[in-house]
Design a protein around this ligand. Sequence first.
Ligand code: MN
Ligand code: MN
Length: 461
Amino acid sequence: MTTEELRESLLMKPKNGLRQLTAQQREEMETYCKGYMAFIDACKTEREATAWAVREAEKRGYRPFVPGMDVKPGDKIYYNNRDKAIALAVIGSESLAKGINICAAHVDSPRMDIKPNPLYEDGEIAYFKTHYYGGIKKYQWPTIPLALHGVVYRKDGSVITITIGEDDNDPVLMVTDLLIHLAADQMQKTLAKGIEGEQLNVLLGTEPLEGEGADLVKLNIMKLLNEKYGLIESDFLSAELTVVPAGRCREVGLDRSLLGAYGHDDRVCAYAELDALFAVENPTKTAVCILADKEEIGSVGISGMQSQFFEHFVGGLCDAQGVKLSDCFANSFCLSADVSNAFDPNFPEVSDKRNNSLLNYGVAICKYTGSRGKGGASDASAEAMGHVRTTLNNAGVIWQIATLGKVDQGGGGTVAAYMANRNIVTVDAGVPVLSMHAPIELVSKLDCYETMLACKAIYLA
Ligand code: MN
Ligand code: MN
């Protein structure tokens, strides 16, 4: 063999996915991304994503899970975990004892949550106190338009949903920053300290009511909230209100190859999973899609992936077939669908370029996450990686390998470890992201589309 032939037959030749698509695939990619843009605009919180999934599932004949219900092949069933997370299943022709094919993403994203006693006035300006949720660079959040999303459980027991700042006619909210002219001290601080957590106070208004007192602006804000939503101040004690970047997903780049939006991590994988599941009819193995909450703070809590809600759901399905849940889990596979860090030429020093995911090279398969000596990683086996490799290759999915930065640079985790703890073979995979956890994150349309195709291949494997 010549050297060229050896190179051809022995070495990998990664190729930009955009140079591999047919005209028809490009069209499908654009159509898919239009659907994703509508989803990400409508779903900026885990509650909104869960509500969207319930609505779309019911349109397609999915029924709510009820313990003791009949479960037949072809059935479509969903379990709404308290409006904050959801699992959906299409029942396979094979027994659940043979295992299920799972895709698991999360629908929470970093943001600023409103504190339980949030409303105050200072300098004749009214504010909300916030507590950031998940990993954010705090300096990125001032001076951008912000929106308020969430629910309030009122004194009379009624629950109302609030969204302010997304409609073009809505006002937006904002956190201020110091003018550069007086920032001599601030500019000497580290990025971590330039804006501190207790400075992430969201400006609500400046107009005082008539009368006497030091709370006339605050009182006016409370009056407005009372007129529109029937709120009194103590209602904040039983509320889940959150502040997120206002505005819609936009195409980015002169070639429109990227999408910029808040919360791609991880709703870009959540949508991929859902869209893929909705195309699954009468599978051999049962296909299960999970949209989990609380990943950004450790998958904790009743709506996080460490919660037993998943056992309650799949256990209930197993009961209907007389199958032991532990047998089902032992034979199952999970694609932990979460985003990876796309290689950023502005910051090459944090990556091992040979092992980092690239924009437009397809869904990024990640053998392990974690930090230091793989600490906290699920670390998929050769066999698990082989299963994914074969499945995606057979389905013609464009995919690449990913690691989370160079050794000892930092790290992170996903729901993978918690799925593996259940005795489920698990591999991480997802969409590469630039500016991850920033108010606006970037993904490539091609990688979004290929991640959906990967989920579909896994459900049908
Ligand atoms: Mn994530
Ligand atoms: Mn994240």
